[in-house]
Design a protein around this ligand. Structure first.
Ligand code: HEM
Length: 460
């Protein structure tokens, strides 16, 4: 068998485990440096492949996608999102993807633009001159408000603090190393559709943290199920949840049942805010760090936007701002890796990959790989203005292939709206270090947030 090169000695594997905990990216970088861009290793019975190669990544996500499922990490995620789109497989996923593609069409998403504008303005109105603000916190809050209002409708959703703390509690529970081991052990017994049974097993584990985790799940379920009942009763067509309730499958005319609705709503709450918030925080960090970028962004914003807020048409003309957002997601991709598992023996390039291997596409290092990017560490939005030369699948912040992000358009529209409105109306300076330490969980975040001082208003 022609396996990819990689660490084989137990002592090296143990060192890797320790390093993974301290600084996963340094581990990834050192592994690729030592063994090349396709690496294989085994922990006990579990095989892993790591990819830092655009063609190999394309193979697992696109050309050979039918031979891969989401990996064991996503399996445990089912405890939270049940059978939502992010984690479902097979026919269930196909059907849900068909239904949600219509709901997330550009035309449908544009309807939520006024919510994006209004929530950006509301956030800004909370700020005072000379106040120190953590943009990481602010971006988290505003994106959660936007996805909540888009889902449930304005003025109907006043519990976003509970939602936020519950979502954070649930995510952090799934991310600790101790649970990673549970995750590996449980991977032999896939949760599949049996969320209730899996939750019952998990609940019986003698861990303090499980109690908090289950409290958080209960809070979210209560809120979301209540909202579903209410919107079904109202029978209106005003928000995303209404669209989810009423969307009909063109092949068999079926609609989602309440359980499926719950799973998709929780899925969208989770997938739809933290990633965008992190992408925005990193973009602010770059704009505030590089005066030449700030100058160009401001020139564009001031020449394109005539009023306090951009019209939808004006927003589409902010080409340099969009490129700044894209370049920021190149260097700091919120989803910094994507993982899959092959259901049959596969080949990646000329290597043999045994069945059941966890294959990790390392987006962070791929986006910085000098084989694809000139001067990869410098921040240059211009790359995305003349983007023809970017190698296919060397830039995949929203994933690639059939399982790529369904919310990419929503996220981009939302991010440009928030950036444009704040840039047009406020002046701020960066207080956090220019090159902040990372916190790497499911998403990549600046460890200490992004602290700024509000210097004043351009127009108030
Ligand atoms: C900048 C913000 C965002 C980034 C970087 C991002 C990134 C991604 C990536 C990389 C995937 C693929 C994961 C994989 O292949 O395993 C994904 C999937 C997904 N995203 Fe996003 N996302 C963002 C915003 C959003 C938003 C705003 C929503 C919804 C409102 C959303 C909903 C989803 C869903 C439902 C999936 C699963 C799609 C499927 O498996 O068919 N995302 N996202």
């Amino acid at each position: 068998m022609n396996l990819p090169p990689g660490p084989r000695a137990m002592s090296e594997l143990i060192k890797m485990l320790v390093q993974r905990r301290q600084h996963p990216i340094k581990l990834y970088e050192s592994i690729f440096k030592k063994y090349g861009d396709i690496v294989y290793f085994k922990f006990g019975p579990y095989g892993f492949v790591m990819l830092n190669d655009a063609e190999a990544t394309e193979q697992i996500l696109l050309t050979d996608a039918k031979n891969y499922t989401k990996s064991t990490g996503y399996e445990r995620f089912k405890l939270i999102v049940g059978n939502g789109l992010l984690v479902s497989e097979g026919d269930t996923w196909k059907k849900q993807r068909r239904l949600l593609t219509g709901v997330f069409s550009s035309k449908n998403i544009e309807k939520f633009y006024p919510i994006m504008v209004q929530e950006s303005l509301k956030m800004m109105q909370r700020w005072k001159v000379n106040q120190e603000v953590d943009l990481a916190e602010e971006m988290n809050l505003v994106t959660l408000q936007i996805i909540s209002f888009s889902l449930f409708g304005k003025d109907q959703f006043s519990d976003s603090k509970i939602v936020r703390s519950s979502l954070q509690e649930m995510l952090s529970y799934l991310q600790t190393t101790r649970h990673l081991w549970i995750q590996l052990l449980l991977s032999s017994f896939p949760i599949g559709n049996k969320r209730a049974k899996a939750l019952a097993i998990e609940k019986s584990l003698p861990l303090k943290s499980t109690k908090k985790f289950f409290g958080a799940i209960q809070n979210i379920d209560k809120l979301v199920n209540g909202m579903i009942e209410e919107r079904i009763q109202k029978g209106q067509k005003e928000n995303l949840l209404d669209s989810l309730i009423s969307v009909t499958d063109s092949t068999d005319q079926s609609q989602m049942n309440k359980e499926q609705l719950r799973d998709e709503v929780v899925n969208l709450l989770i997938a739809g805010h933290e990633t965008t918030a992190n992408a925005l925080t990193w973009t602010w960090q770059q704009i505030l760090r590089y005066p030449d970028v700030m100058k160009k962004v401001m020139e564009e914003v001031n020449s394109v936007i005539s009023g306090e807020t951009p019209s939808y048409e004006e927003l589409t003309k902010l080409v340099y701002l969009k490129a700044t957002f894209e370049e920021s997601m190149r260097l700091f991709p919120p989803f910094w890796r994507i993982s899959r598992r092959n259901m049959v023996p596969t080949k990646i390039k000329n290597f043999d990959i045994p069945q059941g291997t966890n294959v990790i596409a390392s987006i962070y290092t791929l986006h910085r790989n000098p084989a694809y990017w000139e001067d990869p560490l410098s921040f240059r939005p211009e790359r995305f203005i003349n983007s023809e030369s970017i190698k296919k699948n060397a830039y995949i912040p929203f994933g690639a292939g059939p399982r790529s992000c369904i919310g990419a358009h929503f996220a981009t529209l939302e991010a440009l709206t928030i950036l444009a409105i704040c840039l047009k109306n406020t002046q701020m300076t960066l207080l956090s270090p220019e090159d902040p330490a990372y916190f790497m969980s499911l998403t990549l975040q600046p460890k200490e947030g992004c602290k700024v001082r509000i210097e004043g208003w351009t127009k108030k």
